[in-house]
Design a protein around this ligand. Structure first.
Ligand SMILES: NC(=O)c1ccc[n+]([C@@H]2O[C@H](COP(=O)([O-])OP(=O)(O)OC[C@H]3O[C@@H](n4cnc5c(N)ncnc54)[C@H](OP(=O)(O)O)[C@@H]3O)[C@@H](O)[C@H]2O)c1
Length: 278
């Protein structure tokens, strides 16, 4: 499997957090609307990963897509980020927890491999720890065994990344972070990623940036490209090299979010939005 060419990374990831019983229907709808990238996590507290698998199965059965058309991304989450519904034995070593969580994800998603596997967040907000190193090494083993194509990390600061890359010869293929405009749209982390060809995935682009959605300049740019402020934010994100996520539950917003791929913001609009708030 590792010698097969990597499937293309889609232009948008559909996020499946907080959808509970609506997860299967929304995943199927997202695929019908044209999304080909699905982000989930083996963290029952916020995600219903087995429901994602049900939605995928329904879409495959209906001929909407096949497994090889779909880019699947899931995550390993430490116990403090979970509730009582754990996908692993909490008394097992962290390496074993990674292997158990991955096995459970593959079962939930009805597949023998995912496309991207993510460390949901480092063990400490203050720096990269030995626990993170053990988990990262275990994730590398999963990748080498063919159960994921690429590996990444989420909810990381610049210092996490600097420490991690100083210790491990293998850098993550991608980073997934909440992207605040008031922090220059995560400028420091994006710069670090850009210099190392690490792909940056941005989430909460709308929910974390309500002030941007209300900003008169953004409304002006929306008028200019015949779009909505939300589409301008997604188009901006793509223009600066991010892979955006959306977690919409609305068919209209799914359509609009995907249509943002075709909107071309002028360079000066991209620069203005980049320096809008941070
Ligand atoms: N790694 C992590 O720790 C982490 C953390 C959070 C999220 N994530 C991932 O990122 C995904 C997305 O999360 P998110 O925080 O970006 O989004 P989200 O919380 O799912 O919310 C998106 C919000 O934007 C609205 N929206 C979407 N498209 C819109 C449009 N075109 N016009 C107006 N409103 C629109 C949605 O409302 P409607 O539903 O009404 O459209 C919803 O309120 C999650 O599902 C998850 O997969 C990862």
């Amino acid at each position: 499997m590792q010698n097969k060419p990597l499937p293309p990374v889609p232009d948008f990831l559909y996020g499946t957090a907080w959808k509970e019983d609506r997860t299967p229907a929304l995943v199927e709808l997202a695929l019908r609307m044209g999304f080909r990238g699905i982000d989930t996590a083996n963290q029952r507290r916020h995600y219903f990963e087995a429901g994602v698998g049900q939605g995928l199965a329904a879409a495959y059965r209906a001929g909407v897509a096949t497994r090889s058309d779909v880019f699947l991304q899931t995550k390993f989450t430490y116990q403090p980020g979970q509730d009582h519904r754990l996908p692993y034995d909490p008394t097992a070593s962290l390496s074993d927890q990674v292997a158990q969580s991955m096995a459970s994800s593959l079962e939930h998603l009805g597949t023998d491999h995912v496309d991207r596997y993510v460390l949901h967040g480092p063990a400490s907000g203050w720096g990269w720890t030995d626990a993170d190193s053990e988990v990262w090494e275990a994730m590398i083993k999963e990748r080498d065994a063919g159960r994921t194509r690429l590996l990444g990390v989420s909810n990381v600061s610049l210092s996490h990344l600097e420490q991690m890359t100083a210790i491990h010869p293998e850098v993550p293929a991608f980073v997934q972070n909440r992207c605040y405009a008031r922090l220059g749209w995560d400028r420091e982390v994006r710069r670090f990623c850009g210099e190392r060809k690490i792909r940056y995935q941005g989430f909460s682009l709308l929910t974390a940036n309500q002030e941007v959605l209300r900003h008169p300049l953004v409304h002006e740019f929306a008028k200019l490209v015949h779009g909505t402020p939300a589409q301008v934010v997604f188009s901006f994100a793509r223009a600066v090299g991010m892979l955006p996520l959306t977690g919409t539950s609305s068919a209209d917003h799914m359509r609009q979010d995907l249509a943002s791929i075709g909107l071309a913001l002028p360079v000066d609009a991209v620069e203005a939005i980049e320096s809008l708030a941070g």
